[in-house]
Design a protein around this ligand. Sequence first.
Ligand code: PAF
Length: 286
Amino acid sequence: MDEVTTGSEARQIVRRARCAGCSIGLVPTMGYLHEGHLSLVAAARHETDLVVTSIFVNPTQFGPNEDFERYPRDMERDRQLAAATGTDLLVVPSGTEMYPDGPQGQRVWVEPGPLAKYLCGASRPGHFRGVATVVAKLFAMLEPDRAYFGEKDFQQAAIIRRMARDLGFPVEVRTVPTVREASGLARSSRNVYLSGEEREQASVLRAALLEAAGNIAAGERDPSALEAAIRSRIASGAPAARVDYVSVVDAQTLQPLEGYIERDVLVALAVYFGGTRLIDNITVSP
Ligand code: PAF
């Protein structure tokens, strides 16, 4: 595995591979790799010739009171995992490589538009602008044919797919199913913040989403009734939880439903355990 810290070094390797007829697969991450990331690397390994994993904890997607400073980092472990699971090129750009004038000096942004209006976009103002902007920078730097994102971040993947389309990045945005712990809890770098008790209670999130899917299969079409049932399941199964949002939205537009469920929906939630914010979702066809 090669490792580089600058865009120009990375581009040289990527362009050389492309000239040799290789396709490029990109797995953008913020590091502290877990099995979710590794499944993205595995998908890229399967589908493309040169697998590029990037690690950059992007300051502009964190709110002022969020966990940018304490976001978990372990470069040595990440390096080993990335190499062991099939990364060919590890790109670890510095802050100034990604933001030449610093995050505060960035003047031109990618505005994510209506897909960012609800769900995490409503709870974390500016978050998806930061994500879309940094992913655009990575696409420009690494010129991937395919880029890989987890379904846990459904809204993020939808925004990036739309950005690629609207800005003409010639990249196919691929999504990979969420990897879960045995309890059903979605793998996340932030799970490391949870106490044993919180981690146990957090398994209720997946259970509540599966229950909602079951209710839709059984004929429930009222989004408010589904949301209320999820909230009540969380309240009874996880007394330590504080719900940020529970929302049933159109799976294509990510807008709230006007009436009853008629098309595919995304049932999504964000829940705090202490200071730790967890998200999860499920897509359901009525
Ligand atoms: O999902 C993530 O880890 C980040 O949002 C991403 C896509 C690497 C952009 O910083």
